[in-house]
Design a protein around this ligand. Structure first.
Ligand code: ADP
Ligand code: ASP
Ligand code: MG
Length: 813
């Protein structure tokens, strides 16, 4: 025979109840079927109790809704001629609840005994509905008042079972029962004085296990709304997968640490009798679900699952009075036990200077009061400090029987959390090594679960979450490249890229499941108004692992917020040169924040677009080389302009063309005035290890005064047109000397300058084509021949690919 239990969602409404009935009809074995309250009913009854206790008459509305909900289900499920008795039952139950809550409303209190009496109605009614339905279908069905069979102590709300009496009565009734199907309410029992008790929230699973153990059932089936026990809570970790097979002890640990799919005490009775437990999905019965038994298997992954308990308080007892004093822990735990408070985790430093316990946040005040009372004498003598209470914590448990046979697992757990900037407040690992638990801040729970899950279950696939600012030439190319490469990256590099946010100067969009990159332009058009502050708070609120902010703008304001991202452990990748060429102090601070918070700050595209200039320079420096001199043509746009400028074209037209082809900054004056090149050489100088500010770079401009002073882009182009003669003169002077014009940046002996130079035929810069860049690094190691890097140094596609390379670099860290 089997015991089956159907949870709240499985009987949430008429439609679901019909599914349950169909499943029961299919199962030909003899069976006891335990039913939970309709979904949400226990919560609603609890809420009504709380409201009535605080003199809030809204409890009446809740009761009315609950009453209606039950009546509706009955009318839809049970044939009319069989409805009368059960509708009367509903009527009478709600009358009783109403009477009790009226009293509680006036008195402002309700005893735990009466609360259990009220909560029990959820299961009493749901199980009756299923029973009446089966009866109306002429099934051989019986109804058990499980509360008459399961005997507990009088610890209302979380009563403990007297197995001797309980097993006896269950066996007694079963032997005398002829029915094929026996329906029973879950969750409820009675104490020896005949008062109704409850077995703790989620306790219907436990009822089923108690019955299965008493009857030596062949199997216990827990039918719920998910296809088994998952590697992590599927509502929080999208990638979580059902576990096909798990040991009793592992399931017990996972459920004890919050895997709500199975109420923690459920395993104990069936474990003693070695009864297999199968978790199944009422809405997907063909899915295999999870089998729980004691048959060891050789799964390769030592970790079986990750679970968590939220709303935890850490209480620390600290002081010299604890050191070497016999019986302190006994007194501490005794004081807590007296208050019937469950200690979830304990750690004690080997110095014995402090003991730290984790309890449910609901118990924190009571626990503190009990501890401080117990040690009041020592506290008065200042041998022990009053206990320190820290709320808003949570416990993450990584569970697996085979963990003990694998070294380095805790290292992996802690480094994964550390890399994601998640601070671990306390750690506990039992000697069984079946469970490593860490206490962390509640705000980090989602991130912690996801990054640990990624580490242990996702075949080393790393998910990157991108927040993109700027969708102009470079930004839109970058999105296009991600879209093209997504599959390849996943299959070959095990990198899964999701774009979580996109913003331009007008609007912004967020989607934590990843924006549809086929439609981002339309989505962005309909996005909310762009605002950098709300963008920042949204990133903070989402708190996703492996987050990268990508700045594809040339915007001052955006460059000024990098530090906020880095402090939140969000990496920054930027082609915007403003931050790295701002005050030296700011540049250094960004680098320090990046180190401190473990958030990479990469800006390869600041110099030479996609060319590997900065990374090469970094490698030279970290390997101990010293840069003595830099010579470079760093402006793709100026190079393009001077390569195309000749007697046949006007300077003005060439500058326009460079802009149209995407080789200049949005404001071309930034290129032509030399500022852009100054920024670039400054960044190379700083990356070489020298301290310099932008105004220390000598800039001899080739632009006439009116062009330099033009205030708008229009005025600028007008001034270029008016000064054509000046530019022609520059060109003719160069060609008369068989030279070419190149805009060169130089650094030597601590001094830097930028400016237009006449380059002779023999010089490596002479043949620099189109929009190419070239850099010569003269270093200790490259003394005779400089290290030369040359190639396309401007353009949306190459810049976007440089940003892409930085993103991939972060994935590989
Ligand atoms: P029922 O009402 O059927 O008893 P519960 O709500 O008590 O169902 O438990 C099922 C829920 O448990 C799932 O919907 C899921 O949100 C949650 N859950 C938490 N952790 C896990 C996990 N590791 N595996 C599966 N479900 C989990
Ligand atoms: N109805 C009870 C609860 O919601 C018991 C259960 O569903 O298992 O906690
Ligand atoms: Mg449950």
């Amino acid at each position: 025979m089997k015991v089956l239990k159907f949870g709240g969602t499985s009987v949430a409404n008429a439609h679901n109840i019909m599914k349950v009935v169909a499943l029961l009809e299919k199962c030909k074995e003899r069976k006891v079927v335990v039913i939970s309250a309709l979904k949400g009913v226990t919560d609603a009854l609890n809420e009504a109790i709380n409201k009535s206790q605080s003199h809030n008459d809204k409890y009446e509305i809740i009761l009315k809704e609950l009453y209606q909900k039950h009546c509706d289900v009955i009318v839809q499920v049970i044939p009319e001629k069989n409805q009368e008795a059960i509708l009367e039952k509903v009527e009478s139950c709600f009358r009783q609840i109403d009477n009790l809550l009226k009293g509680s409303f006036y008195l402002g209190e309700l005893s735990p005994k009466k609360k259990d009496f009220i909560l029990a109605f959820g299961e009493i009614l749901s199980s009756r509905i299923v029973y009446e339905k089966l009866k109306s279908e002429k099934q051989k069905v019986a109804y058990w008042d499980a509360q008459e069979l399961i005997v507990t102590n009088s610890n209302f709300g979380n009563a403990e079972v007297n197995f001797e009496l309980t097993d006896y009565s269950i066996q007694y009734y079963f032997e005398r029962c002829q029915a094929d199907i026996i329906i029973a309410p879950g969750f409820i029992a009675k104490d020896q004085n005949g008062n109704i008790t409850t077995l703790g929230r989620g306790g219907s699973d436990y009822t089923a296990a108690i019955i299965a153990a008493a009857l030596d059932a062949d199997q216990l089936e827990i039918w719920t709304d998910v296809s088994g026990m998952y590697t992590a809570n599927p509502k929080i970790v999208k990638q979580a997968k059902p576990i096909d097979h798990i040991l009793y002890r592992e399931a017990m640990e996972l459920s004890h640490f919050g895997a709500k799919v199975l109420y923690a005490p459920t395993i104990q009775p069936v474990l003693n009798k070695n009864i297999p437990v199968q978790i199944k999905n009422t809405f997907e019965p063909e899915a295999i679900g999870t089998l729980i038994n004691n048959k060891k298997n050789d799964s390769i992954n030592p970790v079986k699952g990750i679970s968590h308990i939220g709303d935890i308080t850490l209480i620390t007892v600290e002081g010299s009075g604890l050191i070497g004093v016999y019986g302190v822990s006994k007194r501490l735990f005794g004081a807590i036990a007296k208050e019937k408070i469950n200690i979830i985790l304990i750690t004690q430093a080997s110095s014995e200077h402090s003991i730290c316990i984790a309890v449910s946040e609901n118990d924190s005040l009571k626990a503190k009061a009990a501890i401080d009372e117990e040690f009041k004498y020592e506290i008065k003598q200042q041998k022990i400090k009053p206990s320190l209470v820290e709320n808003d914590q949570c416990i993450i448990a990584v569970v697996g029987e085979n963990m003990k046979n694998h070294q380095g697992l805790s290292g992996k757990i802690f480094s994964t959390l550390g890399k994601n900037n998640i601070n671990i407040r306390a750690i506990a690992q039992g000697a069984s090594e079946r469970n490593i638990s860490s206490v962390i801040d509640k705000k980090d729970v989602k991130k912690a679960l996801n990054c640990l899950h990624e580490k242990f279950f996702e075949g080393n696939i790393k998910q990157l979450n991108l927040f993109i600012a700027g969708v102009g030439n470079v930004g839109s190319k970058f999105i296009e490249q991600i879209q093209q490469q997504k599959r390849y990256l996943k299959d070959n590099l095990k990198i899964n890229i999701r774009v979580i946010a996109v913003c331009n100067s007008k609007t912004m969009i967020f989607d934590q499941d990843g924006i549809d990159l086929n439609n981002w332009e339309n989505l962005l058009k309909g996005g909310e108004m762009a605002c950098i502050d709300s963008f920042l708070s949204k990133v903070e609120e989402l708190n996703l692992r492996n987050s990268i902010f990508i700045d594809n703008t040339a915007d001052n304001q955006i460059a000024s917020v990098y530090q906020h991202f880095l402090k939140q452990n969000v990496a920054v990748v930027t082609c915007n040169k403003i931050a790295c060429s701002s005050d030296y102090e700011n540049y250094v601070q960004l680098k320090n924040l990046s180190l401190k918070y473990g958030a990479p700050f990469l800006f390869e595209t600041n110099v030479g677009a996609g060319l590997p200039i900065i990374n090469t320079l970094k490698n030279l420096i970290v390997s101990g080389d010293k840069v003595n001199k830099i010579q470079a043509v760093l402006s793709g746009s100026l190079n393009f302009i001077f390569n195309h400028f000749c007697a046949d074209y006007s300077f003005h037209d060439i500058v326009k063309q460079a802009g149209n082809e995407g080789y200049t900054e949005p404001d071309p004056k930034i290129d032509l005035s030399g500022i852009d090149v100054m920024r670039k050489i400054l960044i190379l100088i700083r990356e070489s290890g020298y301290q310099m500010e932008i105004d220390q770079i000598h800039n001899e401009s080739f632009l006439p005064k009116e062009v330099l002073e033009a205030e708008s882009i229009n005025d600028f182009f007008k001034a270029l047109e008016e000064n054509e003669a000046h530019f022609k003169k520059l060109f003719l002077e160069a060609s008369s000397k068989n030279c070419r014009l190149k805009y060169v940046a130089e650094f030597e002996n601590g001094k830097a300058k930028v400016g237009l130079q006449l380059i002779e035929k023999e010089h490596p810069f002479y043949n620099l084509e189109g929009k190419d860049n070239i850099v010569l690094f003269h270093t200790d190691r490259y003394a005779e021949q400089p290290l030369l890097i040359k190639g396309a140094g401007a353009g949306a596609a190459v810049t976007a690919s440089g940003i892409f390379a930085d993103v991939i670099r972060i994935a590989n860290i």
